[in-house]
Design a protein around this ligand. Sequence first.
Ligand SMILES: [Zn+2]
Length: 211
Amino acid sequence: MRNEPSPGMSDLTACPQCDLLLQMGQEARDGRQALVCPRCGSGLYRSNRGSLENMLALACAGMILLVVANAFPVLGLDINGQRTDTTVLGAVDKLWLARMQPVAVLVLLTTILAPLLQLAAVIWLVLPLRLGRRPPAFARVFRVLQLVRPWAMTEVLILGMLVAMVKLAHFADLLPGIGIWSFGALMLLLTALTAMTEPRELWRNWEAAGK
Ligand SMILES: [Zn+2]
């Protein structure tokens, strides 16, 4: 990615589906229009989904949910009156001690570290842009965001928990904790945030902030 695209170059865009090279209109550059490829009809760009305020609000809400999701138990078990419950970090610890280190690392990475990095990167990029300033190390943090996004897999945790709950339902009374509800909400929120993150829009704001 170049830091200072020449004025002519930033007007051109390639259709992600059929590679047709298109000239962007002024409306699209100002972020007022949805663009559709004239050859294959696929959506090129929708400016309204990349609103900085919405991204910032989602990222901050996500941070709060992530803290709540990890502070409270995800699942409680009641076996003949004996009650145990665990948080995700507690489960990671138990997996590690049970000599399942690769699984422990994967759970830690996909359910805690990757979502944390994604949310932190969005706040790092968007907060200064919202205030009209260029964030430090914009390109590098942007690449980190693209890198960690596929690793944030809270939906896999939710699916795994549901399967485990169905299987365990015969042996124990299950008590879903605050943690699992928070992870569920975080899953929806991260999906919305990913759909809303429009690289073109962020770079457009970055260019505008430098003027
Ligand atoms: Zn096309």
